[in-house]
Design a protein around this ligand. Structure first.
Ligand code: FAD
Length: 381
């Protein structure tokens, strides 16, 4: 895939947003354990970041998927992975099903404010007892006339403490397994919806991660996205986009980390010569950049396939698995080459090392990607 001058211009505007709105505040937000999403999202919306592929009738840019890829690569260059993840949740995890399958009324009420950055959205799938095995979720929506009455718990919900609505996955029948599950938009002001706690994490400190309790939360059946009972399948499609968002973002994260480390090893002298002149150091950094280049190429091919409306389940699983492992390897090596200063909080490497660990767990663990791939290869995983 060849990118055009239009892509370059869009990339510059996203980089400007990252450099002027996010990076100057990143340290403060990391320390505070959250960033002010209601202040930052309208500024992200001005660049079009929250609705790149969505219908202009609801405030989207109406651009193709390649612009989403470019945006994610730039978001990966943020000094705070937590903010980049929060924007990713808003634009590529909580809203794709709504944009694809929602009714006009739902889009006016929930999608348009999310695209404008006026509403913060979250995706609520994981529960305390089940994450990887989505089909075992227990949150139950019981039908009562024109309403769902929802009870259950959701765990690790990004943006959860600040969200105005969540895209909730709940069981709407007793069929069991992946049958009888639905995606429902739940406004967080609905009585019975509470954030029971926010979680103190290893990394991604600027992003709030909530545990949510739902006790007899009453929402209209009209808030169901797409088809009642098809929520599992719809969520699997939404996951494919989420996984590509992680893989696109990883390229930006690794590019930035390797650029900064190349600059550092050129300046730092060890045993009388610049660190960069040691063949091991130079080769190691060159090899990691080559791996990032390969991921970038794979991402671009996947992006093209998605634009051609092909099934990208396999390509997205390869991308997510590769990205999760690669960003951890890059983070570990960059920290190592910075020596003792790499291990202290004032150097960017320590935050990057902590943040990178999530990539192999969130949005489908490495082993879940391997399970998908093994099954596609005909193995009985
Ligand atoms: C910071 C953060 C933000 C998150 N944000 C969200 C969010 O916004 N919304 C949301 O719904 N969820 C969110 N999650 C949840 C995340 O998607 C889950 O943590 C993840 O899917 C793993 O689920 P689990 O934690 O329940 O682990 P489990 O499912 O219990 O798995 C534990 C471990 O078992 C291994 N494993 C899993 N399956 C297999 C297998 N088939 N074969 C072999 N080994 C296996 C893996 O190593 C896995 O890490 C977030 C998590 C974190 C930490």
């Amino acid at each position: 895939m060849r990118l055009t001058e239009d892509h370059d211009d869009f990339r510059k505007s996203v980089r400007h947003f990252v450099d002027t709105v996010v990076n100057p505040c990143a340290d403060d937000w990391e320390r505070d354990g959250a960033f002010p999403a209601h202040d930052v999202f309208p500024k992200a919306a001005e660049v079009g970041l929250l609705g790149i592929e969505y219908d202009p009738a609801y405030g989207g840019l109406g651009a193709d998927h390649s612009y989403q890829m470019v945006a994610c690569e730039e978001l990966g260059r943020m000094a705070s992975a937590g903010v980049s993840m929060a924007i990713g949740v808003q634009s590529m995890m909580a809203t794709p099903s709504l944009a694809e399958l929602g009714t006009h009324e739902q889009k006016v009420a929930f999608l348009a404010p999310a695209i404008a950055g006026e509403a913060v959205a979250a995706i609520a799938v994981t529960e305390p007892d089940t994450g990887s095995d989505v089909a075992r979720l227990r949150t139950r929506a019981r039908r009562d006339g024109g309403d769902w009455v929802v009870s259950g718990r959701k765990m690790f919900i990004t943006n959860g403490a600040q969200a105005d609505w969540v895209c909730l996955l709940a069981r709407t029948s007793d069929e069991g397994g992946y049958r009888g599950i639905s995606q429902i938009v739940v406004p967080t002001t609905t009585p019975g919806f509470t954030v029971s706690r926010t979680l103190d994490k290893l990394g991604n400190h600027a992003s709030d991660t909530a545990e949510i309790v739902l006790e007899d939360v009453r929402v209209p059946v009209a808030n169901t996205i797409g088809e009642v009972g098809r929520g599992f399948q719809q969520q699997m499609q939404q996951f494919v986009i989420e996984r590509m968002s992680a893989a696109y973002t990883t390229v930006g994260q690794c590019d930035r980390a390797l650029e900064q480390t190349r600059r550092f090893v050129a300046e730092r002298s060890v045993f009388g010569t610049p660190l960069a002149s040691k063949q091991y150091v130079a080769f190691r950094l060159a090899e990691l950049q080559a791996k990032v280049d390969l991921l970038r190429s794979h991402n671009r091919e996947t992006c093209e396939a998605r634009m051609a409306r092909e099934d990208i389940t396999r390509m997205a699983s390869v991308a997510k698995l590769t990205a999760g492992r690669l960003v951890r390897e890059v983070a570990d090596t960059c920290l190592q080459f910075h020596g003792g200063m790499g291990y202290v909080e004032e150097t960017w490497t320590s935050r990057f090392y902590r943040d990178a660990r999530l990539a192999s767990i969130g949005g489908g663990a490495d082993e879940v990607m391997l399970q998908v791939l093994a099954r596609l290869d005909g193995l009985p995983a």
